[in-house]
Ligand binder design. Sequence first.
Ligand code: IMP
Length: 183
Amino acid sequence: MSLIDDVEKVLISEAEIQERIANLAAEMNALYSDADRPMLICILKGAFMFLADLTRHLTFRHELDFMEISSYGRGTTSSGAVRILLDLATDVQGRHVIIVEDIVDTGNTLTYILRNFAARKPASIRVATLLSKPSRRQIEVPVDFVGFEVPDEFVIGYGLDFAEQYRNLPFIGVLKPEVYRQS
Ligand code: IMP
């Protein structure tokens, strides 16, 4: 069975994602045209594809850095414990920072990230997330750019995984229930 056979349905198509990212980038281009080399911080691993497409639409000079945060492991529910697996290579003090996330679900991870960044004293900080699941929020957390709001379903593709698989799919989809049951 190939990867695609595990997908129950496509929630957001490749074309819809690409169109939305071009619009988000246009908003950022307007906001940051005069800013001194903002830093886009890609939260690994889930945001790698979003970052790669977003950065290609940006017309202002900017720099990239990466941070890996622990998330769900092999399950589909949050462990609650958040920790840094890979830290930034750059000092962001005095810099304009844009956090690039894959999805804001309970809000725990982003809350942790924003607290952590506040201590690093950036000049400004905004958050861009491809997806948001507002119905699952446990903590209110500010998000400046949202690609799509999604219902309370576990989604995969376009960077998002289940048990480290499906990140390469070019769309956002939902897996067949038997895939979760098998693992
Ligand atoms: P939160 O801390 O509950 O907001 O979860 C944030 C992280 O959990 C995201 O950055 C994802 O890595 C992961 N996550 C949450 N929901 C999903 C989902 O539906 N599919 C895949 N990963 C998810």
